[in-house]
Design a protein around this ligand. Structure first.
Ligand SMILES: C[S@@+](CC[C@H](N)C(=O)[O-])C[C@H]1O[C@@H](n2cnc3c(N)ncnc32)[C@H](O)[C@@H]1O
Length: 260
């Protein structure tokens, strides 16, 4: 029997997370292995800070399936590519990949994921091997902004992005995601409700000093997304909030149709 994660934050009524999970496909054995590792380490404050959410994983899987279908229809001459920032143990990465082999074949896709903690990156890699996905997922270890600079990804070379790392980095990750995403492709930014703290007045968050830093960063990020001409975005509401944002570019369909 797994231990309950005392750090898990859910704004849903009791039982709804579990009910939603029961409506999704079951986790694969490799996902379960990661979950069990996470739950065994529940007394480690670093590990336990990051709960793992089955239904959010499947939401990402469905979004990636749709993006992969679009990629296939567009007959792009390169593999379907996903950028993920904040790998942790690779649970979300495994969900991002969930439908891709069936839709695009074994070689039609790849994921670049960024994690600064070497121990987490090692566990993630082991999970990918167990899932048979090791050769399709590249884990970049180090501070994401530095590693992204080193990676020198080309403009417009990715088809989707999932951002789930340090909150103060979100706007920088948004800028880099926008650059590397092809026109009209989507980025997903996790935890944009961040335990509901960004709902508080700015002065209250500023008064918290260091302990309010992430809440303030998300509040500022949400405001910047709202007013940005580079994104058409809306926060979805699975639990801690996740914003879905379309990269608007002048030569893209959304940019032309909506004059954004
Ligand atoms: C919330 S967890 C990611 C959870 C994962 N996406 C999932 O759903 O399974 C955030 C991760 O971002 C990593 N991280 C935080 N700041 C980072 C940075 N500057 N560069 C790279 N990784 C970072 C943390 O070590 C942590 O593993």
């Amino acid at each position: 029997m797994s231990k309950r994660n005392p750090h898990k934050v859910s704004f849903f009524p009791a039982g709804l997370d579990e009910y939603l999970a029961s409506l999704c496909p079951p986790e694969t054995p490799a996902m379960q292995w990661v979950r069990e590792y996470n739950e065994e380490q529940v007394d480690d404050p670093l590990i336990a800070r990051f709960p793992i959410e089955h239904h959010q994983g499947h939401l990402l899987a469905v979004e990636m399936l749709e993006a992969a279908r679009e990629h296939k229809v567009e007959m792009a001459d390169r593999p379907f590519r996903i950028l993920e920032i904040g790998t942790y143990l690779g649970y979300s990465t495994q969900w991002l990949a969930y439908y891709l082999p069936k839709m695009l074949g074994e070689h039609g896709w790849q994921i670049d994921t960024f994690e600064m903690n070497e121990q987490f990156a090692d566990i993630a890699r082991e999970g990918f091997e167990r899932a048979g996905l090791g050769h399709k997922i590249k884990v970049h270890v180090g501070r994401a902004l530095d590693e992204l600079t080193k990676a020198k990804f080309e403009n417009d070379s990715f088809d989707a992005a999932f951002i789930d790392a340090d909150k103060s980095g979100y706007w920088g990750y948004a800028e880099e995601s926008h650059r590397v995403l092809a026109p009209d492709k989507k980025a997903y930014f996790d935890n944009v409700f961040l335990m509901l703290q960004p709902l508080r007045p700015r002065e209250e968050l500023e008064a918290l000093g260091e302990s309010g830093k992430d809440f303030l960063a998300i509040q500022v990020f949400n405001e910047m997304m709202r007013t940005s001409k580079k994104w058409l975005s809306h926060p979805l509401t699975p639990n801690d909030g996740m914003t879905k944002a379309i990269a608007i570019k002048p030569d893209g369909r959304y940019g032309r149709a909506l004059s954004l």
